[in-house]
Structure formats: structure tokens, C-alpha cells
Write a new protein. Structure first.
Length: 445
């Protein structure tokens, strides 16, 4: 069980419970814990983080979250999953299977329990079904930003960064559902049911359809997200390249032109200048498609359905006039955007990895001709970037950036900050030794 702010509950002591660290978060096997020696833990609420007190609309107490997907033994998981049924609008075998392996149960005792504004690290859409009680939601699209605007997108991080400006607010009542795409920051707060019972909800991920036109429209800002940035470099690149193997990011327009011709040659079977869903599906069956790697993760009897859904999403990613075809111009526009975004990430990461803030700012300014407004930089950096740029310019943090596509890859900030701390400590010791040596020479003179 993930229990938000459990350490703030009177009577709780971590040493009294079986704990595990999962995805960087501490989870508890709370069992029959009675904080006041009389009342079961799920009847009591805990105060939310102090950083939420400035706004009465923010959650005031913390929920309990049961991550069925990663907190149970295989035997226990099988029992629980056997009782789960996907919603009627997502009953196909692929979505049912995805939901059955990804669901979480949220319990909100008392009034005002919820999660501080945060971003999920999923590359797929998410749906939340309200089982009991009404839940208030506020949402915010990932803001426009540069590498230097990066912020912690975990619970409440957007508050600390001073970027919280929700663009949507509503109440999801009992029996209702909320669906949101990757990269949409969200905050929740549950109203206690009139009968005093515990509010509850179930949250799940699903595979199809994906909000591919949302991905394309906001690819530049999503690529810089410290939660979903890795999706741009991996899962979503499949859409931009139509799964044609061998296409890698380039800054050269001539090579982009070659990429387009390669894709058109591979998929436009009737040579009419358009790529259809049927042609995409036919290409998926050839050895030249990268879809075969994804098909291996699904039962063979579902391969045809998976390819069909993927083909529809892939064509929709490029389709700007809703005719469910990809024209040469639509493909060109998508490819140029994808290449620019990916190259920007590659070059920006090099500056971060060499502690070169001046070079990074100069690089970001060089992209102003593609922006609506000239770039401005924040006065305050997230702690990880602050530590990195406190090192001498040119300090290499990671030996290689091979396989690193974004700030959210493989705990990029955790690894880099740890290395930065070691280098900073080494630098301080060297400066101290030099100062001591200089003082000693003066004494000898």
C-alpha cells in the first residue's frame, strides 16, 4: 500500500511495518495497524504536505493507494485480477489485458483526500473510474519550457516550481470516468460521501486508441517532461517513422527528404501519393516493419488486432485533415518536427552532461526563430540542474549518453546528481588542499 504522508500520522513508525521500495517510492504492508490503538488505519486520514496549505482547493489529506500491479505476489495478483472486468467501452482483449495488469485502487477516508498536482510517467492514456464519493479534478497541460525550465513533476513539484496554472477543473461524480493523455498534470481532491464512508476509485492504463494527434501537437514540450520525455524517444517515435526501420534523427533537410522517400516507397503501395490504414497494415506484415518487436509482447492470436489498432493510430498521428490518409506534405511536416525535437534533445543533453549552462542557454536562444516568442530563462533552477551547473564547465558527468533520449530516461537526474555531488565533493577537497598548501608555503617563506 502506498500511503501518502503516512509519516505524519500520529502513532506510525516505519520500523513496525514490512516495507518495500518500488519505483522510488516507499510502500507499506500496513495490515492491522491501529494508529490510536483502537481504530483501523483506513478510518483515519493524514494531513497532506505543508506545501499544499496555500490554496484551499488543493488536497488537505492523503489517500491510500493499492498498486495491485506491483505490490502483490504472482499468486495474490492472479486472484485479484480474476475479479476484475474492464469497462464496457474497452472490452477488447488487448485493452482488457492492459487494464488487468495496470490497475490501482485509491481509498480516500474523510474529506479532502487527494493527490497533489503531478504527472504520470506512462506513455499510454489513463482512465479513472469513481466508485464511491465525488472527486474534484484540476488539470494542466505540460507548460512550454526549455531544458532550464525542467521541474520535478512528482506530487506537488509543479507548485514548488511556481508553474501551477490549471486550465481545467471539474467534479467526477460517483459512477463517472475521467480519461487523460500522457503529459497532462493533474490534481485530485475527494468529497466524503454523505454516509461517512470512504471515497474510492480505480485507475487503469489502456493501449488503444492513443491520443496521437495530441502527441504530435505538443511533442516539443512533452519531450522535455521529466516524466514522459522518454516516450518521445522510444514509444512514440514509432508513429513518426511509421515503423520503418533504420530511420534515426538528423539535422539535415536532405536526409529528412530521403527519410520521407524511404517511407513513401515502403508504404504507398499503389503510388498515389497517400498512405492509408490498409497500406500501413500490409507493411506491418513485412520484415521491414519494427512492429514485430512489439507483437512479441502479446499472444499470437491478438497480433492481427494489435496491428490493426496500431495502423489506425499511426495514420491518425500524421493526418491533419481527418481523411485518415497520410499525404506527402503531412508526412513531411511530421518528420521535420520529429527530427527537430529529437536533435534538440540530443544536443541539449550534451550541454547538461558537460555542466555547460552558458552553452545550453546559447543553444536554446538559437531556436528562437521557431518559437512564437523569444525564450526567457527561469531565475531558479531545479536542485539537480543547480548542482550540475555549479561544477566547472566541461565537467563530464556520464561517460556516455548512448541510450539516453531525455531527462526522464533511466532516472537520468538521479544518476547525474549523484555523480555531480561526488565531483563537487572532490573539487572542494582539492580546493581545501590547495589552500592549505599555499598557506604552508607562506609560513615557510
Amino acid at each position: 500500500m502506498k500511503a501518502e504522508y503516512i509519516h505524519d500520522m500520529p502513532g506510525f513508525s516505519e520500523k513496525d511495518h514490512d516495507t518495500r521500495l518500488i519505483d522510488g517510492e516507499l510502500r507499506f504492508n500496513i495490515g492491522s495497524f491501529k494508529p490510536d490503538k483502537k481504530t483501523m488505519w483506513y478510518n483515519l486520514s493524514r494531513p497532506a504536505s505543508k506545501k499544499y496549505k496555500d490554496d484551499p482547493l488543493k488536497p488537505t489529506t492523503g489517500p491510500y493507494v493499492w498498486h495491485v500491479k506491483d505490490e502483490l505476489t504472482p499468486k495474490q495478483k492472479k486472484i485479484v485480477q480474476g475479479k476484475f472486468r474492464a469497462p464496457s467501452f474497452l472490452q477488447d482483449p488487448l485493452n482488457s489485458a492492459k487494464m488487468n495488469t495496470s490497475f490501482e485502487l485509491w481509498f480516500s477516508p474523510g474529506d479532502g483526500a487527494g493527490a497533489g498536482a503531478h504527472n504520470d510517467g506512462y506513455c499510454e492514456s489513463v482512465v479513472s473510474l469513481q466508485l464511491n464519493g465525488d472527486k474534484k479534478w484540476r488539470k494542466m497541460l505540460e507548460p512550454e519550457m526549455t531544458f532550464l525550465h525542467s521541474f520535478d513533476e512528482f506530487d506537488g513539484g509543479v507548485y514548488i516550481a511556481g508553474l501551477w496554472q490549471p486550465d481545467l477543473g471539474f467534479v467526477n461524480r460517483k459512477g463517472g470516468a475521467v480519461i487523460w493523455p500522457p503529459g497532462y498534470i493533474h490534481e485530485t481532491k475527494t468529497d466524503q460521501p454523505p454516509d461517512g464512508s470512504c471515497g474510492s476509485a480505480i485507475t487503469l492504463q489502456f493501449d488503444f486508441p492513443q491520443p496521437v494527434q495530441f502527441f504530435r501537437a505538443y511533442l516539443p514540450r512533452l519531450s522535455l517532461s521529466s516524466e514522459v520525455g522518454q516516450c518521445v524517444g522510444m514509444a512514440w517515435s514509432f508513429y513518426a517513422t511509421l515503423s520503418v526501420q533504420g530511420i534515426t534523427p538528423t539535422p539535415k533537410s536532405a536526409v529528412m527528404q530521403e527519410q520521407m522517400e524511404t517511407i513513401m516507397h515502403a508504404l504507398d503501395a499503389d503510388k498515389d501519393g497517400f498512405i492509408t490504414v490498409a497500406e500501413t497494415l500490409t507493411f506491418f506484415e513485412t520484415p521491414g516493419s519494427a512492429i514485430h518487436k512489439e507483437l512479441k509482447m502479446h499472444p499470437k492470436e491478438h497480433h492481427g488486432l494489435y496491428s490493426k489498432f496500431k495502423a489506425e493510430d499511426t495514420v491518425a498521428y500524421h493526418d491533419m485533415n481527418d481523411d485518415m490518409r497520410v499525404s506527402r506534405q503531412e508526412l513531411w511536416d511530421s518528420l521535420v518536427q520529429w527530427n527537430v525535437v529529437r536533435i534538440r534533445m540530443q544536443e541539449g543533453l550534451k550541454y547538461v552532461n558537460s555542466a555547460d549552462r552558458e552553452g545550453l542557454e546559447k543553444f536554446e536562444r538559437s531556436l528562437d526563430y521557431m518559437r512564437r516568442n523569444p525564450v526567457t530563462f527561469p531565475n531558479k533552477l531545479r536542485p539537480e540542474l543547480r548542482d550540475i551547473f555549479s561544477l566547472p564547465t566541461g565537467t563530464k558527468l556520464l561517460k556516455s549518453l548512448k541510450g539516453v533520449h531525455s531527462l526522464s530516461d533511466s532516472e537520468f537526474f538521479s544518476r547525474v546528481r549523484e555523480k555531480a555531488a561526488k565531483l563537487a565533493s572532490k573539487q572542494r577537497k582539492a580546493e581545501k588542499a590547495a589552500k592549505h598548501s599555499k598557506g604552508k608555503r607562506k609560513e615557510e617563506m
